[in-house]
Design a protein around this ligand. Structure first.
Ligand code: AMP
Ligand code: MG
Length: 450
């Protein structure tokens, strides 16, 4: 079947070139991301499993928070106006219990612990550090006054019963899990993760062996001899992409490597067109064996751009394929009304990863239902001079150091966009705009976080 279809397309299906500036390309991705409807498939997950998941329903306060006027200090509940004279200590209340005695009267104090409900009649808490108690008589440090409400959070000040605390599209992390737990949510309704097909292309690629001894060489443990022939390399992109996809809340599926043949690519695009998102690496440059775009066109792909003025990553391709429904062949079935978005990522590993952070992550976040999707940039001061003069926006592997006195960034030495080791020595990408001749030490630049 594959062969019949593939051979029937001999010769190039035309793809119109559309190379955009970085800003335009990102704008295109964000436009499609903004138009994405929320995922329809929902799941229920246990609260403890909710880290990284995206809320499909609002989490609301189940009651006022705090549910009572809460002391924020260990000390004495008093009437603020009484501070100045001596007070009689008439009892004690701790977190978890209510004061059951009479409302606090004039000239009285009740010992209180952090988190305990303020007894009726009291309007403030004086910190234990500011008091002396002798024979049941409390004296507050000379000259110290107290405002009503001091060291107390009033009932409902944090949230009223029914208030929205976490909206739909919010990504759960530890802080959000604490909120959900504080509302007594044992389970949460979240969006199903988008399914992302990953296809590495290239005749030179070899799959990392399914099982091999650790090759973390040390003095006592020499490295295993390589099993690769000259000219061959391991497929590292599929692994990097799988990790990146997972980090953005997607489910990654690594499909078999596609050789640089129409038959193989045709098969893999056919498979990938059934997923929510298809990521191809390699085969999008100008080389004789770069057939990815042509094969996507065979599946009636719509191309939004076929290149961006960035380095690394210029040949990046973005578009979508009509999802075919029914039991028919993926190429010939009726259109289901849905799309499979795709990116053709340049094969050089640093290009692949930079393009992921810039373009794939926002789209994937939108597919996952995130309300905020844009790539994350911060500003930092250059630790060293950097040469400029490029005609494209550059994203150079760099090391960012966040210290108390500011954030600095240093571009790491590298041998170009195939240098996976240099990329791993960095922790971000330093953004150098096109057309600027030089960047001086101390100058503020943008940094793409990863
Ligand atoms: P291409 O984009 O196919 O022209 O590939 C550009 C460069 O990236 C070549 O040096 C490839 O060997 C390398 N490359 C392509 N795919 C991968 C991959 N999956 N893993 C590691 N390197 C790759
Ligand atoms: Mg290739």
């Amino acid at each position: 079947m594959a062969l019949r279809h593939a051979l029937s397309v001999c010769g190039a299906a035309a793809v119109t070139e559309r190379v955009l500036s970085f800003e335009q390309a990102l704008g295109e991705v964000l436009r499609y991301a903004a138009g994405m409807t929320a995922p329809r498939v929902l799941e229920r997950v246990a609260l403890i499993e909710a880290d990284g998941r995206v809320l499909a329903a609002t989490v609301r306060a189940e009651r006022d928070q705090p549910p009572f006027d809460r002391s924020t200090r260990d000390g004495y509940a008093v009437r603020a106006a009484d501070v100045g004279g001596s007070l009689i200590v008439v009892g004690s209340v701790k977190a978890g219990e209510m004061w059951r005695g009479k409302p606090l009267g004039q000239g009285e104090a009740i010992e209180i612990m952090t988190g305990a409900p303020l007894p009726a009649g009291a309007d403030a808490v004086v910190m234990v550090e500011h008091t002396v108690v002798a024979s049941g008589v409390l004296t507050v440090e000379a000259g110290r006054t107290l405002r009503a409400g001091e060291n107390v959070v009033a009932r409902g000040a944090e949230a009223r019963a029914g208030d929205s605390l976490l909206p739909v599209g919010h990504v759960m992390g530890a802080a959000e899990i604490a909120v959900a737990a504080s509302c007594g949510c044992a389970e949460l309704e979240v969006f199903a993760r988008p399914k992302v097909a990953i296809v590495a292309t290239g005749d030179e690629l070899v799959e990392v062996p399914a099982s091999s001894a650790p090759n973390q060489v040390s003095e006592s443990r020499p490295g295993a001899p390589t099993v690769l022939s000259d000219g061959e390399i391991y497929n590292s992109n599929s692994y990097a992409l799988a990790a990146l996809v997972r980090g953005e809340g997607g489910l990654a599926g690594r499909l078999a490597i596609a050789r640089d043949t129409r038959e193989d690519l045709w098969e893999r695009v056919a498979q990938g067109s059934m997923w929510d998102l298809l990521l191809l690496s390699g085969g999008v440059s100008m080389g004789k064996h770069d057939l990815v775009e042509e094969m996507l066109a065979e599946f009636d792909a719509e191309f939004f751009f076929t290149g961006a003025m960035i380095q690394p990553g210029r040949p990046v391709v973005f578009g979508r394929l009509p999802k075919r429904g029914g039991t028919a062949h993926p190429k010939d079935g009726p259109w289901s009304g849905e799309w499979t978005y795709f990116f053709g990522l340049p094969g050089n590993p640093v290009s692949t990863q930079v393009c992921f952070h810039l373009f794939v992550a926002p789209l994937l976040r939108a597919l996952a239902g995130w309300s905020l999707v844009a790539p994350e940039f911060v500003e930092a001061r250059l630790a060293e001079d950097v040469r400029g003069g490029a005609k494209v926006t550059r994203f150079l592997p760099a090391e960012m150091v966040s210290a108390w006195d500011g954030v600095t960034v240093r571009v790491v030495g590298w041998q170009g966009s195939g240098d996976v080791a240099a990329n791993a020595r960095g922790n971000c990408y330093c953004v150098l705009p096109a057309g600027v001749e030089a960047f001086a030490k101390g100058e503020t630049v943008r940094v793409l976080l990863r």
